[in-house]
Design a protein around this ligand. Structure first.
Ligand SMILES: Nc1nc(=O)c2c([nH]1)NC[C@@H]1CN(c3ccc(C(=O)N[C@@H](CCC(=O)O)C(=O)O)cc3)C=[N+]21
Length: 294
């Protein structure tokens, strides 16, 4: 059986490290990290994620502010909310939970966030800084994956890393981070997407396969090289009457059959998801300590 890359356990370790630092900060009379999360509308999954973020803030001793807005809010009004948080000197980090209602431009809202408070790492300033290998807020999901590779001491130098999906939030930054000079990094990266030809063939050449395509159980065993490291970024709610919640979670990878071939694999749930939250907390701590922009 492969090594199970345990994101739940690793995120708990990171949260403990962050909590220890927060205790020191409090003892020194320093700035207690404060995260503000803006949630527009009442999408079920978004409520779960934002709730998890607020709870995680409590666990590590951060302050948090949840701003709930009606789905009918205008773009202009939302931009004003972001502006007010930008100007609130007590708030270190600001995230606007995605997706947003269709009448609101994600790009406009993202670009309104002050880069110094952009702990999601979504603004052009932070994407540019990350790409140039400057100090930056790296988007929480890719950052969480990098931290998992590091803590599980996965060899990346010279390896062929295939990324499936080119989203601004996961696939694209992941490809840059894996290819850059450093550890984890120094991989030979192939970024694949909906127009890619011969995808299964390319996947079979991957030593490290990072799957962020957003299709349930898309990657099957025949697409995986024996001994590959498989990172599953997908998360889907599938109806399941036997569960109390009425659903169960699955990823972009057909876990059982792929696990038989992989040398290491992340589960869903309990893999990349919890790491996303740990990375967000870490970025917020960095902001409170003015470690990224100085
Ligand atoms: N501005 C913004 N920043 C984000 O970082 C952001 C976002 N919008 N929109 C949605 C995605 C998704 N995301 C997840 C966070 C935690 C889990 C997580 O903790 N998952 C648990 C299960 C949670 C559950 O029960 O649903 C797990 O995989 O074990 C998953 C997904 C952050 N996102």
């Amino acid at each position: 059986m492969p090594i199970l890359i345990d994101g739940k356990k690793t995120s708990a370790e990171i949260k403990n490290e962050i909590a220890a630092r927060v205790s020191e900060i409090k003892a020194e009379g320093g700035k207690v990290p404060h995260l503000a999360a803006v949630l527009v509308g009442s999408d079920g999954a978004s409520q779960t994620y934002v709730g998890a973020k607020v709870k995680a803030c409590e666990e590590v001793g951060f302050k948090s502010t949840l701003v709930r807005l009606d789905a009918s809010i205008s773009e202009e009004e939302l931009l004003k909310v972001v502006e007010d948080i930008n100007n609130d000197s007590d708030i270190d980090g600001l995230i606007v939970q995605l997706p947003l209602p269709k009448h609101i431009s994600v790009d406009k809202v993202t670009n309104k966030i002050k880069p110094e408070k952009d702990v999601d790492g979504f603004t052009p300033a932070n994407v540019g800084r990350m790409t140039l290998n400057w100090s930056a807020y790296v988007a929480a999901t890719p950052y969480g994956i990098i931290e998992l590779l590091k803590r599980y001491q996965i060899e990346t130098a010279g390896k062929h890393c295939v990324v499936i999906g080119r989203s601004h939030i996961v696939g694209s930054p992941m490809s840059i981070l894996m290819g850059r000079n450093g550890y984890p990094g120094n991989a030979t990266v192939t970024l694949t997407h909906s127009k890619t030809q011969n995808l299964p063939e390319i996947c079979r050449t991957a030593d490290i396969l990072i799957v962020a395509i957003g299709k349930p159980e898309f990657v099957t065993a025949d697409m995986v090289k024996p001994g590959a490291v498989v990172i599953d970024v997908g998360i889907h709610r599938i109806e399941d009457a036997s569960k109390k919640s009425g659903f169960r979670l699955i990823g972009d990878v057909k876990f059982d059959e792929v696990a038989e071939k992989a040398s290491a694999i992340t589960p869903v749930p309990g893999g990349v998801g919890p790491m996303t939250i740990a990375a967000l907390l870490y970025n917020t701590l960095q902001s409170a300590e003015k470690k990224v922009f100085g």
